[in-house]
Ligand binder design. Sequence first.
Ligand code: ADP
Ligand code: MG
Length: 541
Amino acid sequence: TTTPQKFEFQAEIKQLLDIVIHSLYTEKEIFVRELVSNASDALEKLRHTQLTEKEIHDDLPLEITITTDETAKTITIQDYGIGMTRAELVQNLGTIAHSGSKQFLKALGEGGAKNSNLIGQFGVGFYSAFMVAKSVKVYSHSWKKEEPGHVWTSDGSGSYTVEEAADQRRGCKIVIELKDDCDEFAKDWRIKEILTRYSAFVGFPITLNGKKFETVQALWLRSKNEIKDEEYTEFYKFQAHAHDEPMLRLHFSADAPLAINALLFVPSENTERYGFARLEPSVALHCRKVLIDAKPKDLLPEWLRFLKGVVDSEDLPLNISRETMQDKALIEKLNKVITKRFLKLLDEEATQRPDAYVKFYGEFGLFLKEGAALDFTHKDQLVKLLRFESSLTEKTKTTSLADYVSRMGAEQKEIYFLVGKDRTAIESGPYLEGFKARNLEVLFCYEPVDEYVFNNVREFDGKKIIAADHGDVKLADIPQQGEALSEAEVKDLTKWLKETLGEQVAEVKSSDRLVDSPALATNADKFMSAHMRRMMKAMNK
Ligand code: ADP
Ligand code: MG
């Protein structure tokens, strides 16, 4: 028919539009992301259709064209993609068949209405145009030759019309007449800014007001052996807004339990270590090259917040909507896979390139400690990656707990550590003597968090990890050289000491820990070492 036919929106769409139009949502700009990603989807679908169909309307390049008109206050987004027939216009733009909007409404139903941020999170797809539009016109011609072209028109207020339109090119041309307070979106620089933010990796050429918008290759989707180091570095600098060379990178794809392409980088420096602000998660989540979230909170465990890069879960069927990626379970799965891969990388570094690993550990070791103490799921793997100097290593050389255990004699049952500000401080203290005399290795911990970490970790390889200055440490069973007092002499001495020191000590005991020093104060508290007590005391005053 050539006369416009009027349709009512489905009830859910009305509800959705009402929220979209009246919300005070500030990030209106995401409508550009949504329409460009729809254009890109439509081009991708056409590419697939071309593989099997010979008769395709119009011979046109697979491109996206955006034009703005400041005087008319319009923005037009056109693609030469698959297009829509009349029936498809009605079905796709009038009912709530697609997942993104469904999820959005569901989340609203769950009490999220106050939080209009949801629009940005879920993306309400095509309907987001109504955040900025007085009216939206969708001119479309399907790839099917025999179908005529149409124009779909709506002001978002409950109904829309569809009528035939002559001379349409293949694909969709969406013309948005902007609301008066949204005229910023008719400005070239503003759209360029938005494209840079969300659509930099779109896989089809984009032209903005006659000028080519430079898209960046989605490097993570290419195969590793085709990519040069310089390309990786360039990508890192672009993506992380960085100026340094990355220290490590991890580029992998996986098919199970879900399709993932990931390209991750460890920067050259840990800025937190230099007192800068706590890092924010900054591995960006993409779906089919389109940004979903630049700083997704749960994509990685907290202690991996120093990683940069991109995770893309594509390779999924074309009809999957990227909004479903918000699904929590999916994010959890991604989290699991990526963390596992990264830990494997560190493990390989540690064994195959120990020098590089030491450099990494020097910068980022604190994050591994944080993870070992707090991330129960990955604790065991993380503890393996920790390194400490010890009474048996040379100064500045470190050992892993596994190597420590491999050196333990048959009579040694526990792993010992001492905390101090540096090697000299620990070696000159009284606590080490008894261990040295028995050839027992003691790990040296120089960082304030170390004790906390070991208190949380508690054991390694079935062996308890305990502070060597802890009162419970029993060295009696392990032989040492030298003469001891008789039992009677010991009894007399301890009695005299207790009487002399009185209330100042809880108890006086003979010890098997000392060699050269006559006495030491030990720690009766199970969970607090001398070092910790000093720290607490310092904090109290
Ligand atoms: P989603 O992209 O999640 O499916 P949208 O609201 O963004 O949801 O779009 C709804 C539907 O409208 C799409 O699934 C698609 O079928 C159709 N559509 C939107 N834009 C275009 C376009 N540029 N070309 C062809 N079809 C489109
Ligand atoms: Mg969409």
